[in-house]
Unconditional design. Structure first.
Lengths: 204, 415
């Protein structure tokens, strides 16, 4: 078990999760400005909604640590490595939601659920890109999601667009639904499709 | 290495396409806070610099991580490491330069080619140095972090570094380190502050020198020390230059460029306004004649803030230039009563109407005040002068109440 944890750099992603949820209530009032170039209305995204990129990328890095040695080792494994990885991701998601709801209740941090929702959504996007495009592109795709939201900027009236789930507050059920659907599709992709790595693409 | 091979095996083409397409796409709702003045256009185009820097920095981290993973240094390369790194990063430099040029183009209005002078060279050079700083930071991050994490860090980190400091109230000088210090520039009588640009360049140059040292020096221990020392020196110079600036990223423009004609009022125009000089002078003369008739003195000299103003704004500016309508010191104290505020609200539209502005163009003022001003306009000229003199006393002195109703002055004039 310890070897599995070490091989998948679990310490890194747990540390990332802790740092994210520790920093989120502290930075609750800070916002990153968005460009007004697209919509003409300048706005901002609260920093806690962008923070989950860090644990999501670290988790994807951890999952990708063993893929570099070739997907073939996974194909020959006795236990279902995909199920183990999926289980680790689901555990992370559940822990994140519980911690976030705890923070929202005890620390008076209204964006708590939004932070956990964004983590699930970013993980979903990363897992989907990982299976479709390749392991090495997953983290940059996750990093691009809040960046695209920031470039598109707010909708009319300064509120985020309805479909822009990372930028919404805690109470929006449509954003939560979008994040959960992305997470679910990402999990399915992890369980069903084989890993796409550079070596598996290059092989005839 | 053949250029085709370099482009085929690198990320330069992809990054270039995504960056330029993204810049063009995201500018479709361009806000225009720029005025038709090259200093303003160039300074405001630095708004897009963090996006260019973040994307190019992420690509640099990607290339650097690939170089490290390929282990080229352990395979007895023929060419030096600096040249290898330089070759791999060269397409990204080209992408970044294209990005800066496209950003400048996006902020340039269509009729800008008739404007005197050209894009501000100091701002453009600083933008290139900032780009090189992002590339250098990306190279260093890619050297130490895995390929998966380095680009993601540079992308999000570069965006945060580029846009967050300008949103922070303190430290206010941080915006002069990332290239956004001149983003609020410039009025016609200002130009981008060389000190702010110098702070930005010093910080980025420190990063570039650190990256070059890391590539060139061979002894690992000394390498890290010297590189850290270089980047800290750059940071210290930048902070020393930036801290006294605070929020301001502008410096005064060379006053010798003003061309002044006439006297009392002397009309001074910047080179960008010279194209409409005859219109300016004609409207100022009209306004001056009309307000002198009701006893309002002109200013010694007038300057205008917009390169292409409307007739209304020139008339209002000319009429109000000789009159001090800002609140006096006694009104700035807490809990002070300032009855003259009401008078200023009526005197301003009255001056505009006298200068020849149509009443329905006065949308900035409450309709009540505009109506009162129109009533005053129907009085004979010397009654209006008396009304003006009486109410200016209450604008300049907190203890004097205004007497705005025209009826009182009609009596006085007839008696």
């Amino acid at each position: 078990m310890i070897w599995w944890l070490r091989a998948h750099a679990v310490t890194a992603w747990v540390t990332g999760l802790v740092v994210c949820f520790a920093a989120a209530p502290v930075l609750a009032g800070s916002s990153v400005p968005t460009l007004a170039m697209f919509s003409g209305v300048s706005g901002s995204i609260p920093v806690p909604l962008v923070l989950p990129v860090m644990p999501a990328c670290l988790l994807l890095y951890g999952l990708g640590c063993t893929s570099a040695s070739g997907g073939s080792s996974h194909a020959a494994s006795v236990r279902s490595t995909a199920a183990w990885r999926a289980g680790a991701v689901v555990c992370t998601g559940v822990v994140a939601v519980v911690v976030a709801l705890g923070e929202a209740a005890w620390l008076d941090f209204p964006l708590g659920f939004a932070v956990a929702r964004n983590l699930l959504g970013y993980l979903g996007v990363g897992l989907i890109v990982r299976q479709l495009l390749g392991v090495q592109y997953s983290a940059i795709a996750v990093a691009a999601v809040p960046l695209l939201c920031a470039l598109i900027g707010p909708g009319p009236g300064g509120r985020p667009h309805g479909w822009m789930w990372p930028a919404q507050g805690s109470g929006e059920w449509s954003a939560a639904l979008a994040a959960v659907v992305l997470f679910g599709v990402g999990m399915l992709a992890t369980l069903r499709l084989p890993d796409r790595t550079e070596s598996s693409r290059a092989s005839p | 290495m053949r250029v085709k091979t370099l482009l085929r095996t690198g990320s330069g083409v992809w990054v270039g396409v995504l960056l330029i397409a993204g810049l063009l796409f995201f500018s479709s709702g361009n806000t225009d806070t720029t005025i038709a003045y090259w200093g303003s256009i160039t300074a405001q185009s630095t708004l897009l610099l963090p996006v260019v820097g973040a994307v190019c920095g992420a690509a640099a981290a990607w290339e650097s991580a690939r170089l490290r993973e390929s282990g080229v240094a352990a395979w007895a390369p023929v060419r030096g490491e600096l040249r290898i790194v330089g070759q791999r990063l060269a397409p990204l430099v080209v992408d970044g330069l294209l990005g800066i040029v496209v950003a400048l183009g996006l902020f340039t209005p269509g009729d800008a080619f008739g404007l005197p002078g050209g894009p501000d060279a100091a701002v453009l050079v600083t933008a290139v140095v900032v780009l090189l700083g992002h590339l250098a930071a990306g190279y260093l991050v890619g050297r130490w972090l895995p390929k998966l994490l380095g680009p993601a860090l540079m992308l999000v980190g570069g965006y945060f570094w580029g846009f967050w400091p300008a949103a922070l109230a303190e430290p206010s000088w941080l915006r002069h380190l990332n290239g956004q210090g001149v983003g609020d520039c410039c009025r016609l009588d200002q130009e981008p502050s060389l000190r702010s640009l110098g702070a930005t360049a010093a910080f980025s140059a420190g990063l570039v020198v650190a990256a070059v040292i890391v590539v060139v020096l061979r002894r690992t221990g000394r390498r890290r020390l010297v590189a850290t020392a270089a980047s800290l020196t750059g940071l210290a110079c930048a902070i020393a230059l930036a801290v006294p600036l605070g929020f301001g990223g502008e410096q005064a423009r060379d006053r010798a460029l003003l061309q002044c004609t006439g006297s009392r009022p002397q009309v001074c125009l910047w080179p960008e306004q010279q194209g409409r000089a005859s219109e300016f002078r004609r409207w100022v003369k009209d306004a001056d004649r009309k307000v002198r008739a009701v006893g309002v003195g002109p200013a010694e000299r007038i300057e205008f803030a917009e390169p292409v103003p409307s007739r209304e704004s020139v008339l209002v500016e000319a009429a109000t230039s000789g009159v001090r309508l800002d609140p006096p010191a006694c009104a700035e104290r807490p809990y002070a009563t300032y009855p003259g505020d009401e008078a200023a609200l009526v005197i301003h539209p009255w001056l505009a109407l006298t200068a020849g502005v149509a009443p329905d163009a006065l949308l900035d003022w409450p309709s009540e005040s505009v109506r009162r001003a129109e009533e005053v306009r129907r009085l004979p000229a010397d009654a209006q002068a008396a009304w003006f003199a009486r109410n200016m006393r209450s604008v300049r002195d907190c203890s004097v109440k205004p007497d705005l109703s025209p009826a009182a002055y009609a009596h006085r004039a007839s008696s």
